[in-house]
Design a protein around this ligand. Structure first.
Ligand code: FAD
Length: 524
């Protein structure tokens, strides 16, 4: 076994620079530490989308030692408190709620106090109050266009849970600049060939501009190309298009009508006949895209629908078309090569899992780092954990589709068909018909999304849980009702305490960069 001292990251998108910077920060590059080199191609660009994140990103930025003000300023970033889902339950023009909200903050629960969901199901929060509005003040705060934190709160901290929206290209550039200050060496070159040794492991990569580069461990961050893990090592790709149908995206950047317009602090996901649009408000522009199934619509109709959604601001602009490989590799760590980012897999960005998976994979490589060269046990653990994560995300994303009452297109009808729903999800849904989801239903170490996210989406989608048999067994009705009232009152008081979202963003943009703070581990 050869000790692992040199790591070569191939690819310089979000995955490559995040992995390189994180490994340099956590493993140390100075004085006998690990040498981390990143090679990226000048000719092959980055994917340039991926603007919505999950709260785990705050922990990652904090560990990397990136100041929150600098991040917000340089990445054109705004705060994200959740996702608003328009027309997912039923099509426009149909009686009933036309949207629901998936907030990042957990339902309120006082120490020793009741868990609110069973009481909400009994109607204890009042008629027609959505679970997300009853259980946390975040929906109200976000609806009123206020931010999740005060200007006096410490970096990456705040009373409400949050993530960010940002410009993907600017984020990769910030990560690149920062990673190099952490000791990562950058080489600009295109990998043309991957040489394998007698054992089948990678012996070197051959580049057009910088010759042969050899390392002990290779991190494949070459995006959809998967130049190392796929093309060279042949790790099979598991396509899951029979479960998650969308396989194309049209993306456009659109200016605001007014520069002082309020910015929503949530992603707006609107369901359409054959997919959904994302609408993300950055500081200086909106990022909008239509993700759709090419089996259920065509590109011209998709273009028309995207333009209808955007309105006159789309005139004279051409969207970028992206063909998507939906699925993942079950073996993402093979021999001496680990795939991180799109080379390992891609699931539609409905709940912003892409960057979260990059973070998860990077933490795992760091914690499992095989200094002594004993790669097989680390690879086995890594592959098991990443596969489980992907499977859980597939279930979570599919849940958004299969609970829809929409029947206006074959896309929605087929999405609700049992044959397209993974058995694991069908089993959970069948349990949750007679009792609500509980945190003990989840193996939290491999879940990207906490139990509360499942609950918000489940009941946002108006899932019917019949818990009549349990009613008599709910002893804390009065305490739960008091808690619901307190949350409603606090939601109103919070508006005086939490600044308007745009003002909060402007504050961070104007603030000077603070001296590097000690790394803190949050939400990881
Ligand atoms: P890329 O950005 O494609 O980078 C690949 C890198 O590899 C580039 O630097 C390229 O130069 C280099 N490279 C390739 N081949 C070679 C070679 N032969 N030699 C040298 N270098 C090479 N994720 C989220 O978390 N939230 C979202 O909202 C979200 N939305 C998305 C929307 C769409 C439509 C898509 C497609 C993805 C979305 N994602 C989202 C996923 C997210 O964009 C990616 O996970 C993220 O950008 C990481 O990409 P990457 O670094 O793996 O690949």
């Amino acid at each position: 076994m050869q000790p692992i001292r040199n790591v070569l990251v191939v690819g310089g998108g979000t995955a490559g620079w995040l992995a390189a910077g994180f490994l340099a920060r956590t493993l140390g590059t100075a004085g006998g530490g690990i040498a981390v080199t990143l090679v990226e191609s000048k000719e092959i660009g980055i994917i340039g989308v991926g603007e919505g994140t999950f709260p785990s990103i705050r922990g990652t930025l904090s560990i990397l030692g990136i100041d929150e003000g600098r991040f917000i300023r340089e990445c054109n970033a705004t705060f994200k408190q959740g996702v608003r889902f328009n027309h997912w339950v039923r099509p426009p023009g149909t009686p009933g709620a036309d949207h629901y909200f998936h907030p990042f903050s957990q339902p309120s629960q006082r120490p020793g106090g009741p868990e609110l969901l069973p009481y909400w199901l009994m109607g204890a929060a009042g008629p027609d109050v959505p679970f997300a509005a009853a259980a946390t003040m975040q929906k109200h705060v976000a609806d009123m266009r206020h931010g999740p934190k005060r200007t006096t709160d410490a970096d990456f901290m705040g009373p409400l849970n949050y993530a960010y929206h940002f410009d993907a290209g600017a984020f990769a550039a910030l990560l690149a600049a920062h990673a190099q200050t952490l000791g990562v060496r950058r080489i600009e070159a295109t990998v043309d060939q991957v040489k394998l040794g007698a054992s089948g492991a990678i012996a070197a990569v051959v580049t057009r501009e910088a010759g042969e580069l050899a390392a002990d461990l290779y991190i494949d961050c070459t995006g959809f190309r998967a130049r190392l893990i796929g093309e060279a090592l042949g790790s099979p790709f598991r396509n899951i298009n029979d479960t998650l149908f969308v396989d194309r995206a049209l993306a456009m950047q659109v200016p605001y009508d007014r520069l002082d317009a309020p910015i929503p602090s949530y992603t707006i996901s609107t369901a359409h006949e054959a997919g959904w649009t994302w609408d993300i408000g950055l500081h200086e522009r909106r990022g909008i895209g239509y993700v759709y199934s090419s089996r259920h619509t065509n590109d011209d109709r998709a273009d028309q629908l995207l333009r209808q959604y955007i309105g006159p601001a789309s005139d004279g602009r051409e969207p970028r078309m992206l063909k998507l490989n939906v699925g993942y590799r079950e073996t993402q760590w093979k021999k001496n090569c680990v795939a991180i980012g799109l080379s390992g897999g891609f699931l539609e960005p409905l709940e912003s899992s892409g960057i979260g998976l990059i973070e998860a994979a990077t933490y795992l490589v760091s914690y499992l780092f095989p200094y002594d060269g004993n790669l097989a046990p680390a690879a086995k653990l890594f592959n098991g954990q990443m596969k489980a994560r992907y499977e859980r995300i597939v279930d979570f994303v599919k849940m958004h589709y299969c609970l829809s009452q929409r029947t206006d297109n074959a896309f929605w009808i087929e999405n609700a068909h049992a044959s397209t729903i993974p058995e694991s999800l069908r089993e959970q849904l069948s349990m949750w018909r007679s009792r609500p989801p509980h945190r003990l239903d989840f193996v939290t170490d491999i879940e990207m999304y906490p139990p509360s996210s499942w609950q918000y989406v489940l009941y946002g989608m108006e899932f019917p849980t019949q818990q009549l048999a349990h009613r008599a067994a709910l002893p804390d009705l009065a305490a739960a009702q008091r808690e619901f009232q307190t949350i409603a009152q606090l939601s109103h008081h919070a508006l005086a305490d939490l600044p308007a979202h745009r003002a909060l963003v402007e504050h961070y943009r104007a603030r000077g960069t603070r001296a590097a703070q000690p790394a803190r581990r949050l939400y990881v």
